[in-house]
Design a protein around this ligand. Sequence first.
Ligand code: AMP
Ligand code: MG
Length: 310
Amino acid sequence: MKKNDSNIKKAIKYLNNNECIAIPTETVYGLAGNAYSDKAVSRIYKLKKRPRGNPLITHYYNINNLKKDCEFDNTFIKLYKKFCPGPITFVLKLKKKSRVSKIITNNSNSVAVRFPSHPLTRKLLKKINYPLAAPSANISTSISPVSRQDVVDEFGPKLKFVLDGGYSKIGLESTIINLIGKPHILRLGGINSKLIYKLINPLENKNKKKIKIKVPGTSKLHYSPGIPVRLNAKKNYQNEAYILIKKRKKLDKNYFYISKTNNLKEAAKNLYKTLRIIKKNGYKKIAIEKIPNINIGEAINDRILRASKK
Ligand code: AMP
Ligand code: MG
């Protein structure tokens, strides 16, 4: 416990100096910097090699801290009460007097915000008086990191500090919902879209128009392990790493289980970790067994589909 406290102190020191550090969240690790500082935010883009046009998610401790920067309505409050802190990101309208760096939002009047639930990062957010901009802590287009070691593998000594919070519990990015105009999901993720839509009052939103927003994280090539990925594979070919979700009778050194019992939550948690292991082992190709397209399986399928694009 003491170690965690001294690491949080260290993290705050870096952040106060406009440095970026990696932080643990329940979805994936984030590359974090002071969201009110152009200098800190520029460093995130540079380190990640992220195109400037791709906006960042800003992380807050709670709704009170958000009030200064964003406008929100009843739909937001309902979703916030049900799912936050947790793996859901909201696109909201910025207030005119908001202090969020314009670099984060690519000069637009909307911002994506999230309230992560990882206890260590919550402790950190509570102690600072600014929100944290934090995209996933990986080089642009590659696989998101789910442990301290993954982050170190991505950035090496270029990144000065990683707050170690163990393995990410969910292992896939947050669900993003646009609440400007008629609410709609922009990216599938940690919270199933059906649960979200169930809570949204259709009458309240009846006359609102769907406002189109471009989400670069949903572009075709993303979450890429850098080698070809074949989906819905019934078997694997020689030397092809085979990702499985159900236990097979046969033994094969090329089998990699993300679950042995068809457990989708477990599969989500193990997916990115397994893709990294396969790459480290020098495989040149990956086959993936069919993943049921229900619950978090929808988000898994979304990611592996994009990982399979050339
Ligand atoms: P990541 O970099 O992996 O954390 O992903 C962040 C995702 O949030 C990307 O897909 C961004 O395009 C999306 N995003 C961030 N800010 C906004 C915004 N203001 N409007 C729409 N999408 C956003
Ligand atoms: Mg990312």
